[in-house]
Design a protein around this ligand. Structure first.
Ligand code: CAA
Length: 287
């Protein structure tokens, strides 16, 4: 199946990046948020990213304009009526995701593929929101942040996902320059199953006073050659997002290594969500 037009639902950290890489392949993208100002803000972020690419000589100003023109911010779900693909990248909440998928199922053409960027929730749990015929078109397509930079997609098949859907997603990922890994449909899939206990342990070390946030991060950056330390990475992902993923993992596996550390819960309750709010384990912008 050919994908020419897509709708990306959610224009935040992940959604705007997904819209950007889809548009970079020449496809038209409707960028949907229920609040049009947020959809426009998503496109503005893409415009800023592309400005840097022009400054670095990777894109001409004309290519930038053409790419931006392929992205239409919208607050109207009816924009899904003529798409071949919907990618959902809204916040990690089962009820919000299932409500959206149920609504889009009634609007999108029967042939359209439904790909969720969920980072932890089971595909079968989400595809229960759509009609039986759509479930063969329903798939997990999990991107990594920053989406234009990180060359990985986790592909997760639900029990009804068809071979044709997987083949279409693989071809699309190749067009976007992304490597695909396949995960079984279990909480957290592959990457977050590995990552979250690591971030959680760093947070427990911090709450115990084992070291400062800077020293814990430097331990992983300098001693393990990671591009970011675990606390700054958690701040970058969003502490609310990390908490949501840890809760899904803990609920799914019941093992202590997945339990959200107290310090994480406290920071989220205090509204310190990391980079996006200016404070998390660190304060932003960092000096
Ligand atoms: N959007 C687009 N491009 C970006 C970007 C952004 N937000 N941030 C950085 N870049 C680009 C820069 O333009 C730069 O490009 P060039 O090298 O081609 O010039 C490149 O990335 C490197 O950027 P910088 O030199 O500014 O900074 P850096 O070398 O410190 O790298 C980083 C920044 C790529 C974010 C790096 O720190 C990194 O890889 N961090 C780890 C990221 C990571 O682990 N992501 C996965 C998180 S888990 C997840 O997303 C899934 C989940 O479910 C939670």
């Amino acid at each position: 199946m050919t994908i020419d037009r897509a709708l990306v639902a959610g224009a935040g950290l992940m959604g705007h990046g997904i819209a950007q890489v889809l548009a970079a392949t020449g496809r038209s993208v409707a960028l949907y948020e229920p609040d049009i100002a947020r959809a426009v803000a998503g496109r503005d972020r893409i415009a800023a990213n592309l400005k840097r690419s022009v400054a670095k000589g990777r894109l001409t100003p004309t290519e930038r304009e053409a790419l931006l023109a392929r992205i239409q911010p919208t607050d109207d779900q009816a924009a899904a009526a003529d798409v071949d693909l919907v990618v959902e990248a809204i916040f990690e909440d089962v009820d919000a995701k299932t409500a959206l998928w149920g609504a889009l199922d009634r609007i999108a053409p029967p042939a359209a593929i439904f790909a969720t960027n969920t980072s932890s929730i089971g595909i079968d749990r989400l595809s229960a929101a759509v009609g039986e015929a759509r479930r063969q078109k329903f798939v997990g397509m999990h991107f990594f942040s920053p989406v234009p930079v990180m060359p990985l997609i986790e592909l997760i098949r639900g029990s009804a996902t068809s071979d044709e859907t997987e083949a279409t997603v693989r071809a699309l990922a190749a067009d976007m320059g992304k490597q695909v890994i396949v995960s079984a449909d279990r909480p957290g899939f592959i990457v977050n199953r590995i990552l979250m206990p690591f971030l959680g342990e760093a947070m427990r070390a911090y709450q115990e006073g084992l070291g400062t946030a800077d020293d814990i991060d430097a331990g992983a950056r300098v001693g393990l050659n990671h591009p970011m330390g675990p606390l700054e990475l958690a701040d970058f992902i969003g502490l609310d997002v990390c908490l949501g993923i840890m809760r899904v993992l803990h609920e799914g596996f019941g093992q202590d290594q997945f339990a959200p550390p107290a310090v994480l819960v406290e920071l989220v309750e205090a509204g310190r969500l990391g980079q996006k709010t200016g404070r998390g384990f660190h304060t932003y912008p960092r000096r």
